[in-house]
Design a protein around this ligand. Structure first.
Ligand SMILES: NC(=O)c1ccc[n+]([C@@H]2O[C@H](COP(=O)([O-])OP(=O)(O)OC[C@H]3O[C@@H](n4cnc5c(N)ncnc54)[C@H](O)[C@@H]3O)[C@@H](O)[C@H]2O)c1
Length: 353
């Protein structure tokens, strides 16, 4: 075993069907008596359930969480938290809602309790993002890491099959890049392999039976581990490409990750053979890139960027943006090969390795 360093992040996890029922006692545990509940407009009824569970511990609901946390939304939610004298935050929803909770916690230092209902993994990271004038700024701050996370697979039973698959592959992307990160270590490697394997088992089962609680549990468990990897080690080319495509061309988050990942893995295959072998093994395939592509395609997820709104005419600009402020990556970024990667992803071609 080689030498390594590993920092575990201080968060408490309560996992299992019905875990939401422990919300009130978990809020008590945080020493809070006035929790502000956050959700998207579409998840308002779930937030009402949360309010009922909290009883007198609830301060109110902010139901306008939006993708990529626009600064105006963050201001409005911060103002509401202050006006209601909230002393904690409960974010129930996907990465967008967790992201809003982080934006409030960043300024106020309020403890955040997250109840994830997708597989995005944001709840396990101290990474935040806020969009100001169309530009998403991200940063790391220990104050934004949720103190408590309730993983309740029952809350994911209604997540559509397509969103489940794309969100699950979004989680796999964190683990896959974690396996070739410069600061990878045996603990993050283990979490990455276990997380990928759990999702690879769960996603086809969810496609066959969306209400299968065991498959939903396996997917959420995998998402948790993949989120831990994202929170622990650095990400590379794949995340850079997805930030460029999402940030500058407004492509949907999980779908973009799903489409780009096979091509980013193919690009890095020669430079990170051991990581690729581990990813392939966890997916039950012989090639990491091909196995991710098949997982998406066979389970009805999109495989072409042009099908989710990318214009071929914008690929040159996307390539330029991807080459700026590069993230550490096992294979140096070569302009021609990155441009080809984007072309392949745009057209939905099979990955080249
Ligand atoms: N900071 C981090 O570490 C980190 C990590 C991953 C993602 N993110 C961010 O998270 C955002 C994407 O999150 P996401 O992919 O979870 O999407 P999302 O949170 O935007 O959710 C997508 C839609 O699905 C709905 N939804 C969520 N759960 C549902 C359920 N169980 N049933 C039915 N509908 C449901 C939501 O209301 C929303 O309308 C992006 O902004 C991304 O940058 C941040």
């Amino acid at each position: 075993m080689h030498s390594f360093s590993y920092s575990s992040l201080p968060s408490r996890v309560v996992f299992g069907a019905g875990a939401l029922g422990q919300l009130a006692s978990e809020i008590d545990r945080l020493g809070s008596g006035r929790a502000l509940v956050l959700c998207t407009p579409g998840q308002r009824s779930l937030a009402e359930r949360v309010i009922a569970l909290l009883g007198s511990r609830a301060a109110g609901v902010f139901d306008r969480a939006l993708m990529h946390v626009p600064i105006e939304t963050a201001h409005a939610a911060r103002e509401m938290a202050q006006r209601l004298a909230a002393d904690s935050l409960v974010a129930i929803g996907g990465g967008s809602t967790t992201g809003l909770g982080k934006a409030i916690a960043l300024e106020s230092g309020l403890p955040l309790l997250a109840v994830p209902t997708t597989y995005a993994g944001s709840e396990m990271t101290p990474i935040y993002g806020i969009t100001d004038a169309g530009l998403k700024k991200t940063g790391k701050d220990p104050r934004v890491l949720p103190r408590t996370v309730l993983y309740d697979p029952e809350l994911t039973l209604g997540l559509s099959v397509t969103t489940s698959v794309t969100s699950g592959i979004n989680a796999i992307a964190h683990a896959a890049e974690g396996l070739y990160a410069a600061d990878a270590n045996p603990v993050s490697d283990w979490m990455a392999q276990e997380g990928i394997a759990s999702l690879a088992l769960a996603l086809p089962a969810i496609r066959k039976e969306p209400a299968a609680l065991q498959a939903r549990s396996d997917a959420l468990y995998g998402a948790w581990l993949c989120g831990c990897v994202l929170g622990s080690v650095g990400m590379g080319l794949h995340h850079k490409l997805c930030h460029a495509l999402g940030g500058s061309f407004n492509l949907p988050h999980a779908e973009t990750h799903t489409i780009v990942l096979p091509h980013a893995l193919a690009y890095n295959a020669v430079a990170a053979p051991q990581a690729m072998q581990r990813i392939a093994q966890a997916l039950g395939g012989s090639s990491a890139a091909q196995a991710v592509f098949d997982l998406a395609k066979d389970n009805g997820a999109p495989v072409a960027l042009r099908d989710i709104g990318m214009k071929a005419a914008d690929l040159d600009r996307a390539c330029e943006i991807a080459l700026q402020n590069q993230y550490p990556n096992p294979r140096p970024l070569e302009r021609g090969a990155i441009r080809q990667l984007l072309q392949d992803a745009c057209e939905g071609a099979r990955p080249r390795a």
